[in-house]
Design a protein around this ligand. Structure first.
Ligand code: ARG
Length: 458
């Protein structure tokens, strides 16, 4: 088949080369964006007096019939035509004749491809931001239901201090809020029209780029044609936002996976989100969470892949840039799936509060025993040492903190009185952390209210 660029060639393309260089097998994902921009470009050409009214009407009609076929899955993509852009243009010429050949006036695939990508990215960021919102809402609801559930927080995966479970859920809601801000920020920078930059230097037809931007819903017009065609920074930062969101999802997955183990026994995951083992009948595996954790590897990989492709490219467009698309599409698909999966898990979690509570006592309360002495004037470092000796003593005796007597305590410090026993309840200790952002009931209730309001839940 004759290529749109065959003029200066005297040999047919090697078949291997055809297969090696094609991108239509994946960039057809951009087909609807491509047609949208084609139509805007035709209107701009008409406004510039390059196309007559009648010509634009016919071209747009042809493009719309192609769009319909694509939407209905009837369009035949041809590998010999390399990419989505040349497939659509060739089919347009096929349908409306030579006039279709006027579509590519004043345009290069170099500005065309980034315009498609920017349109695509804006659309996908909107949908990711929506999925993030749904996930945040599920976390806020879970927090609203777990203000009175107390469990140990871990540091170094060792029991550290009692917290309210709501405080934990809100911690990830906070992280996903930051992720959302990153996506919105990325959206702002993607929101620039690159069409009209030509191959690298601009266009020699009087195109009103601000008019095109308006037609395509871009907020601004890119100010430099070289930057516009050479750079993929807007995709790299999107992939970074995906990678970071993946990191948050992965950490949350890991917590929930270990909490659902028999050893922790803090959670039950809904059957409908787990799978069994083909050999061990007792197994109920948290596969959704494991895959969310596992797929984070791809999100990182896609970022590194693009950054590596971009590094060291001579200005401006090089075919290497075609390699930006598969990581982009893969991250979009992967992240969207993970966000949906995580929301389903959060909505279906059953918390075993007693089990959490019973692990939140004993030495988890010891920091506050030290602070009890501090409040009575003992320097913190010394109080810390005394409390540590109490722990060592109890381990030696095989006793829990709650079992110690005032007499035994007095052996460590004369300052202990009856009121120290009030500290032997996890919820009391949690509620002493009243600083802004801390885990006291008062503070957590306030934060749940703020979150509900921010998420439009009240
Ligand atoms: N398929 C190409 C890409 O994705 C489109 C741009 C090709 N431009 C070129 N001069 N060969 O990058």
């Amino acid at each position: 088949m004759e290529k749109p660029w065959s003029g200066r060639f005297s040999e047919e393309t090697d078949e291997f080369v055809e297969e090696f260089t094609e991108s239509v097998s994946f960039d057809k994902e951009l087909a609807l964006e491509d047609i949208k921009q084609d139509i805007a470009h035709v209107r701009t050409l008409q406004r510039a007096g390059v196309l007559s009214k009648e010509e634009s009407r016919k071209i747009i009609e042809g493009l719309e019939s192609i769009r319909k076929d694509i939407e209905e899955g009837r369009f035949k993509w041809r590998r010999e035509l390399e990419d989505v852009h040349m497939n659509i243009e060739a089919e347009l010429i096929n349908r409306i004749g030579d006039l279709g050949g006027k579509l590519h006036t004043g345009r290069s695939r170099n500005d065309q491809v980034t315009t498609d990508e920017r349109l695509y990215l804006k659309k996908e960021i909107e949908s990711i931001v929506q999925l993030l919102k749904e996930l945040r809402r599920s976390l806020v609801k879970a927090a609203g239901n777990s203000v009175d559930v107390v469990l140990p927080a871990y540091t170094h995966l060792q029991r550290a201090q009692p917290i309210r479970l709501a405080h934990y859920f809100l911690s990830f809601r906070e992280a996903f809020l930051k992720d959302t801000e990153r996506f919105l920020d990325c959206y702002r920078r993607a929101d620039e029209l690159t069409l009209g930059s030509g191959a690298v230097a601009g266009v020699d037809f009087p195109l009103d780029r601000h008019y095109t931007a308006e037609l395509l819903g871009f907020n601004r017009v890119v100010r430099n044609s070289i930057y516009a065609t050479a750079d993929r920074d807007f995709i790299a930062e999107f992939l970074f936002a995906c990678a970071l969101t993946g990191m948050h999802l992965s950490r949350l997955s890991e917590d929930l996976i270990i909490w659902a183990s028999e050893e922790f026994g803090y959670l039950d995951l809904p059957d409908k989100l787990c799978t069994g083992s083909s050999i061990m009948p007792q197994k109920k595996n948290p596969d959704v969470l494991e895959l969310i954790r596992g797929k984070t590897g791809r999100l990182y990989g896609n970022l590194v892949s693009l950054l590596t492709t971009l590094k060291g490219l001579p200005t401006a467009y090089n075919r290497d840039l075609q390699e930006d698309k598969e990581p982009l599409f893969d991250s979009v698909r992967t992240l969207k799936g993970s966000l949906i999966g995580m929301r389903k898990v959060i909505e279906g979690l059953k918390v075993r509060e007693h089990r959490m509570y019973s692990n939140a006592g004993n030495f988890v309360l010891i920091t506050d025993v030290a602070n009890y002495l501090v409040q009575k004037g003992v320097p913190f470092r010394k109080a810390h040492h005394i409390a540590g000796s109490i722990v060592a003593y109890l381990i030696e005796k095989g006793k829990r903190l709650e079992e110690i007597s005032l007499e035994e305590l007095k052996n460590f410090s004369e300052l202990f009185e009856e009121d120290v026993f009030e500290l032997f309840k996890p919820e009391v200790v949690a509620d002493r952390r009243r600083t802004y952002g801390g885990t006291s009931k008062e503070s957590v209730l306030g934060m749940v209210e703020v979150a509900k309001r921010e998420e439009g839940l009240v």
